[in-house]
Ligand binder design. Sequence first.
Ligand code: DNO
Length: 408
Amino acid sequence: MEAILLDFDMTLEKSWRWFGDSDSISLAMLRQMDVAGVVTSLYEVPAGNAWTSEQVSAQHQKIQSHGMRWNVVESLPVAEGIKTHSAEYDQLIQNYIQSMKALSENGIDRICYNFMPVLDWARTDLNFQMPNGSVSMQFDYELFAAFDVFMLKRPGAERDYSRDVLAKAEQVFGQMSREQVDQITYNIIVVTQSFIHGNVGDSQNYIGHFLNLLDKYADIGKDQLRQNLKSFLDDILPYAEKYEIKMAIHPDDPPFPLLGLPRIVSTSEDFEWMFNTCKSDMNGMTFCSGSLSIGEEDVCEMAERFTDKIHFAHLRNNEVTSYRTFHESGHYDGKVDMVNLVSIILREQKRRADNDMNSVIPIRPDHGLCLLGDDQSKHNPGYPLYGRMKGLAEISGIEAAILDKGII
Ligand code: DNO
């Protein structure tokens, strides 16, 4: 087969999540790694507030002055009042549209967001030891059940687990020290959320605050949450079209209900529902291979199925060790066939280029193992330097091999 030549339209837009000026990894460092697109947000603006054009411009100029572009907003957070469709809904929508306008005025055309109630991603262990000495993150379903039922003591929690899982959760809880209980509670509610527009701050009463937030969903089941997502999309998609902004919803991580809350962006059926209910080219997804690989479905089959809806991709891998229990395994090794996935994305980019469409699908190495002293550095959970750099290099190598051999 004849090799396809590498050109700008063809190669993936290598991107990196950057947490702003407080990030220990600087823009100058990103440039040295040949990152082209910076994925970031205005972290100082609380979720629900409108972004101004000046704020967006200042952040973008900083990035451009280092020879890169702000290619994806991750996230423009969807406030809880939108997810619950509360009394503040109309104002929050106005603010969201205002932020979209500010972004479009500055040439930023992609927004990653999620519709997970209360809790964004969840892990039970942020220091999971890998056999080779590197450090990963784990989600242990039985430990999470122990957290829910015995630590958080969420009313009615025991009804959400099988008898078997409950028995194991009780056993796990019985062996934990007070310090371990405090640590896991703090990690789930505060540490993993606080750097991404989290809902619960580092307050004295963070558990009480968290339980109050959960309570707001007492009457919101799957169907109602879907209706609330539909209202949100119906209200903002006309503006996404007007401003030419691609909306890329992030899947639930992990892709199953937690804490009695519905999760509605987990499976192919969820995505079908969403794309059929709100038809717009701007209505697309962040293809997060890590989150999606925990479910029952084959990740590459999902990528093929929704290929024209992929506006952005998070690439990472997992090992699933038992029912709903998994740990992150880097980018290349694991359940996801990364070579196949990268080739699917490249093929889609080529299809778009051949059809004179905006062909770019920004990708970023999502999360990373802590390597080579990463665990000693100050970084947000999941976002170390060397582990992610290894992932980016692996993805770049896969891409080069595919394009060089002309196998797409
Ligand atoms: C975790 C991230 C998520 C993601 C949001 C998008 O590491 O993948 O927090 O950014 O869900 O809105």
